[in-house]
Ligand binder design. Structure first.
Ligand code: MGD
Ligand code: MGD
Ligand code: SF4
Ligand code: MO
Length: 791
């Protein structure tokens, strides 16, 4: 069959994770080309290698890794179509080329070109003024992940952290937008949050994946999606996926999809536990020896006498409700028969690999969801053994950590990263017990300066775009907003200054191989400079060096650079890894070789192996040293923390009704659950403006066949999704790949409001609430209720 270019793109975009090595660009190759190695620094977790082919200082096309023999053992770190479209990001008409200064009102999006000198002088003067008036706690650098896993800007733009550190400090943050609920949930359960290597799948009889979509969220040629497929095949492992959607991970690999209503996994787990107890199928020895609070016998001191998880599931707890399959069926939309069978299947599969993606936890009850899924791994005794898992998301087996620009921040107070808008709205009323401030009981001063680097989390990627926009617009609140980006975004339309950033292939750098999502084949690489930066763009390090001098003269500049050039820092960074791992090539050698892959696979990580072998000698990092099914810390917090109306902190991983959840009475008005998931066509909001990618992955609104029929909606119809928070407009795709009663879109569409206030960019955060979750104070943005109608 003749495959046209367009069809090839369509085909690889829809079904493919690992597009073929053939470059999809049909550019005629210029004769004399130079080739440079680089990487894709976006935050998808894969960190693939790219090659830029240049002629006369211009990148003509981009290909990817073709080193190694392409076996699983010597994987090619091949880029997906997004990474291969990097040229469209570099030469993008939306690119910020020069420093821009706001003209007109904040948020109007009107800017004029100014010189670097003018921009940096103004910014420095304003910063010095605010420092005098409020002190250093008034400075904040919000979460932004546009350049992650390199030293380009440090880990999450470390240059700016380092600059603010030497400047006297800044208000820091804890949590991230990815894992707030699971990190905080499992901190009170295991002491921390990762699962083992995805290669455990090969050693398992059964893999049960809760909202885990590695084929779409870890797409690179050396990433977890590929390993997952390969391991399921090699191990002949049965795979069951529990997800409101039939995701790409299921295509070809899953034996079964069990559709579940969003935010209800904890109810399913309670019923699975109920069946396992009734039928004596759970691992009693494991629960007694390694866990506290599953039964009354192991409840910690001070806990209510009927406060065990057993009490909760059997109906002797406070709610007096046995968590029968029939009870769970009404909440989860899974038939009670299937729940009973699933409990038997999981309990009899030895070992059983249990994994959760971060979709289940990105809900208003996400802390509960994540702990409940981990409880299932415990009930079946799968923790700490090969082929088992902790019930958390798979993590890295080995990574060789490069040095990142060191930061010394004299300000020790941090806020949850999702709560920065309260840093200005509440200022010194923002507290530890109500808003999750750490390191102090309250903030001293409101945040006054925001330096937003490589992020679109001021609006687009945050939540409740309309509410947040009003806060940002108000010039009496944030006195200075500086945005450093490669493109114009919805977030930076609220900036006072936008500074143009150089990007990959425009500066030298080192690749920190993923956060280790490369499974058992660690790799490192150099990022070469292939072309001059577009316009007047500069690297983060150069911007910070110049700004340091404006802020505090030569003295501050020297403090920032530590007397080192960028090249010196790269060498230093490499040697941090080399000193710990002498077998790595020298810095000079990696600059010649460009790519280093571990010649042998490393052992797949089994988390808590030591603890399993000897829990007394190797206690967990929890107050009891054991797995805390009942958490005394959470129990204490439930008595002292001030929560939002309707919120609770429960010491047990129970199913919790929450706002915008499956049983919120608001469903009478807004009957459909809704969420925005992480999608192959983009990394968050990145690649929206790489036209070729959007052409093959258009923004859509997925709605189930039954729901569509009731509303007279057909595929291709323009529809409005609305709730009390906002309205988005988009094109419907009617599908049975999503559970009835739930609809979804791809998170990261670029918010763009028409004259009626309808977001025609289809950004899911136009519909999400700003309410933080109870424990983590994180973004429960997958909990949304809406109505959908034809536009
Ligand atoms: N509703 C909803 N909201 C979500 C999520 C969700 O699931 N649902 N997911 C959340 C999650 S997990 C995350 S991690 C966040 C991600 O949110 P962000 O961290 O904001 O990620 P991106 O949208 O990719 O934005 C990265 C920005 O970096 C810029 N950039 C790229 N390269 C460079 C560079 O070299 N230099 C500079 N200075 N800038 C550069 C890009 O242009 C882009 O504007 O979104 C969160 N928001
Ligand atoms: N292509 C691509 N890859 C990415 C990203 C991207 O934007 N695009 N973003 C990267 C980043 S920063 C992150 S944090 C990760 C995010 O990775 P995840 O957080 O795991 O991604 P999500 O798409 O939010 O959710 C994963 C799955 O959970 C399902 N789900 C949602 N709610 C529930 C629920 O209540 N229960 C169950 N059982 N399932 C549920 C969704 O349908 C989805 O299939 O992905 C990374 N990889
Ligand atoms: S977007 Fe992710 S999977 Fe695609 S090339 Fe970049 S790092 Fe690799
Ligand atoms: Mo994330």
């Amino acid at each position: 069959m003749q495959v046209s270019r367009r069809n090839f793109l369509k085909w690889s975009g829809i079904s493919g994770t690992l597009a073929a090595t053939t470059s999809f660009s049909k550019t005629v190759l210029p004769e004399k080309q130079e080739e440079f190695v680089g990487f894709c620094p976006v935050n998808c977790g894969s960190k693939c290698l790219l090659k830029a082919h240049t002629k006369d200082g211009i990148i003509s096309h981009i290909t990817t890794d073709n080193t190694g023999n392409d076996s699983y053992e010597q994987r090619q770190v091949r880029a997906c179509l997004r990474g291969r479209s990097t040229r469209y990001r570099i030469y993008n008409p939306n690119r910020v080329l020069y420093p821009l200064k706001r003209v007109g009102k904040r948020g109007e999006g009107k800017f004029k070109r100014v010189s670097w000198d003018e921009a940096l002088t103004d910014i420095a003067n304003k910063m010095n003024e605010i420092k005098l008036k409020y002190g250093n706690e008034a400075f904040y650098n919000p979460y932004g992940t546009g350049t992650i896993g390199s030293i380009m800007a440090g880990w999450l733009d470390g240059s700016f952290h380092r600059l603010l550190g030497v400047y006297g400090g800044y208000l820091g943050y804890h949590n991230d937008y990815s894992t707030g609920q699971i990190a905080n949930g499992l901190e009170h359960f295991y002491g921390w949050a990762w699962g083992g290597d995805i290669e455990n799948v090969k050693h398992a009889k059964l893999a049960v994946m809760f909202g885990s979509n590695p084929v779409e969220t870890r797409m690179g040629g050396a990433s977890t999606g590929y390993s997952f497929q390969e391991m399921a095949r090699r191990g002949n492992t049965k795979v069951i996926c529990i997800d409101p959607r039939y995701s790409d991970t299921m295509v070809g690999v899953a034996d079964e999809w069990i559709p579940i209503a969003p935010g209800t996994d904890a109810a399913l787990i309670a019923a699975l536990a109920y069946v396992m107890v009734k039928e004596d199928l759970y691992n009693k020895e494991f629960m007694d020896k390694y866990c506290v609070g599953f039964t009354r016998d192991t409840l910690p001191e001070g806990a209510p006498s009927n406060g065990s998880y057993m009490d909760y599931i059997m109906g002797t707890g406070d709610d007096k409700t046995p968590k029968t399959p029939e009870w769970a069926s009404k909440i989860t939309q899974i038939s009670s028969d299937r729940i009973v069978k699933l409990a038997r299947e999981i309990a009899s599969a030895e070992p059983c690999y249990i994994d959760q993606g971060w979709g289940p936890q990105r809900h208003q009850n996400g802390e509960q969801q994540s702990r409940a899924i981990a409880t299932l791994a415990c009930l079946t005794g799968n923790v700490g053994i090969l082929g088992g898992g902790t019930g958390a998301r798979s993590g890295s087996s080995k990574s060789y950590s490069l040095g990142s620009l060191s930061v010394n921040n004299p300000v020790k107070t941090t806020i949850p990263c999702f709560m920065w808008y309260e840093g200005i709205r509440l200022g010194s009323k923002m507290s530890a017990l109500e808003h999750g401030v750490r390191g102090a009981s309250h903030l001293k001063v409101p945040i006054k300066v925001m330096i937003n680097t490589a992020g679109n989390c001021l609006t687009n990627q945050h939540a409740c775009v309309s509410e947040i926009s009003k806060i940002l617009e108000d010039e009496s609140l944030y006195e200075l907003i500086v945005d450093i980006n490669i493109t114009r975004t919805h977030s930076n339309s609220f900036a006072d200054y936008i500074l143009p950033s150089a990007m990959v292939f425009e500066q030298e750098d080192l690749l920190q191989a993923s956060m280790g999502k490369c499974s058992t084949m660690p790799y490192l690489a150099i990022g070469e400079k292939a072309i001059e930066p577009q316009g007047e763009a500069k690297s983060a390090f150069d911007i910070c060096t110049l700004l340091a001098e404006k802020l505090g003269g030569k003295e501050l500049k020297d403090k920032f650079t530590d007397g080192k050039t960028w090249e010196d820092w790269m060498r230093w960074s490499w040697n941090v890894a080399k000193d710990k791992n002498p077998f790595l090539p020298s810095y000079d050698e990696i600059k010649r070789r460009k790519i280093w892959k571990s010649p042998e696979l490393v052992e797949p990580l089994v988390v808590f192996k030591d603890f399993r072998e000897d829990p007394n000698a190797n206690p967990l990092n929890t107050p009891s040293g054991k797995i805390e099914i009942f958490s005394s810390t959470l129990y204490d917090m439930s008595k002292t923390w001030k929560l939002m109306p309707g919120q609770k902190i429960n010491p047990l991983p129970v199913f919790e009704d929450v706002i915008m959840g499956a049983r919120d009475p608001l469903r009478k008005k807004y009957p459909l659950q809704f969420f925005g998931y992480h999608y192959k066509g983009r990394t968050h909001s990145s690649f929206w403006d790489a036209g070729v990618i959007r052409e093959i992955n258009p923004q859509e609104i997925l709605i189930n066949t039954l729901d569509a029929k009731q509303r007279g909606i057909k595929t291709g119809d323009t529809v409005i999704v609305r709730n009390d928070i906002g309205k988005i407009k988009g094109v419907a795709r009617v599908t049975s790949r999503i559970i009835p009663g739930t609809a979804a879109t791809y998170q990261g569409g670029w918010a763009k409001f028409d004259e009626n206030g309808v977001d025609v960019g289809c950004c899911v955060n136009t519909l999400t609430t700003n309410q933080p979750t109870a424990i983590a104070k994180a973004n429960g943005v997958h909990s949304i209720l809406v109505e959908i109608e034809k536009a």
